[in-house]
Design a protein around this ligand. Structure first.
Ligand SMILES: Nc1ncnc2c1ncn2[C@@H]1O[C@H](COP(=O)(O)OP(=O)(O)O)[C@@H](O)[C@H]1O
Ligand SMILES: [Mg+2]
Length: 289
């Protein structure tokens, strides 16, 4: 079994469960702090590529990863920000995923180009953004060969049920992947009891598997959508908002969502928490050798 160094996969969960939101915002924050991040988009919808401002049509539509895995080419990455490169997805991502269904050693073929890149020392962390669960061979391969797993969840019966399935699936998976934790997302900040209940429920389901992260990402749809429209990460948008003068705001020239700062702060806190858990896991793994 092989494991790609410093790789974190964000996955498990249906569409709209915030996988891409989590993968992109964390990647953006880590890069802004000087970590050299490679964000690999494995979803043919290319949402992560688009969130970071890259047009798949201008960057090969997923051809780069396909050529690397199928033909042994060097994996091409596209710069999105300082310290942030992206493996862009697109329609070829589907071709690649189908190819892996019949490939001889799909996990090896998948991992090799990423292992080479990580061994080159160009990147400190590799983040995979996955398509919805069960929909792609590429997602399975990323789960099999990544070191760490982050799972977003929201409140609501379906999501909580999904977590129960997850706990079982992890046991069956032919992989060394370590669940860093579950991130509760899109939870209303105005309902502290609901927040506490959700936290409790998640903790119980995952008892003995992983602790939920302390940080909860609040529901703030319009703040998130505004940052997307501006083409910025939340932390970038919050920084920009802090430069808008009070006069401009009072005159209504610029409208800044009230909860933007809180939302951005929560992602910073979460990024720190994830860093801490990775550091701890690395220590334990090094000690256990
Ligand atoms: N903090 C938030 N509050 C409310 N809605 C959010 C928040 N963050 C993201 N969203 C919305 O939730 C959805 C998450 O989508 P996405 O991250 O693409 O999910 P997935 O990758 O799992 O399919 C998007 O429609 C986005 O607008
Ligand atoms: Mg997605």
């Amino acid at each position: 079994m092989r494991t790609i160094a410093d790789s974190v996969v964000v996955g498990i969960g249906k569409g709209g469960s915030c996988k891409t939101t989590l993968a992109t915002q964390l990647s953006g924050i880590w890069a802004s702090e000087g970590k050299r991040v490679l964000l690999a988009d494995l979803d043919m919808q290319a949402s992560a590529s688009k969130v970071v401002g890259l047009d798949p049509a201008q960057h090969g539509e997923g051809r780069h990863l396909m050529d690397a895995i199928m033909y042994g080419d060097e994996l091409v990455t596209v710069k999105a920000r300082d310290y942030l490169d992206v493996v862009v997805a697109g329609r070829h991502t589907k071709t690649l995923s189908n190819h892996l269904v019949t490939a001889g050693d799909p996990a090896d073929s998948f991992a090799l180009p990423f292992e080479k890149l990580m061994a080159s020392g160009r990147f400190d962390r590799l983040v995979f953004d996955l398509p919805p669960s069960g929909s792609s061979r590429l997602a399975d391969m990323a789960m099999q060969t990544s070191k760490y797993l982050l799972v977003p969840t929201s409140s609501g019966v379906d999501n909580i049920e999904g977590l129960r399935v997850l706990a079982g699936e992890l046991e069956e998976l032919d992989s060394n992947i370590l669940l860093l934790g579950v991130v509760m997302m899109k939870i209303s900040a105005a309902a502290p009891r609901k927040r506490a209940e959700t936290r409790q429920e998640v903790a119980e389901i995952l008892a003995g598997v992983a602790d939920p992260f302390h940080t909860i990402i609040r529901e703030a749809g319009s703040a998130y959508d505004d940052s997307r429209k501006a083409g910025l990460f939340l932390h970038e948008y919050a920084q920009w908002a802090s430069t808008v003068s009070v006069t401009q705001q009072i005159r209504g020239k610029v409208k800044i969502p009230a909860n933007l700062r809180d939302l951005a702060r929560e992602f910073y806190e979460l990024a720190d928490e994830v860093d801490d858990r990775i550091a701890l896991a690395e220590q334990l793994l090094a000690g256990g050798r």
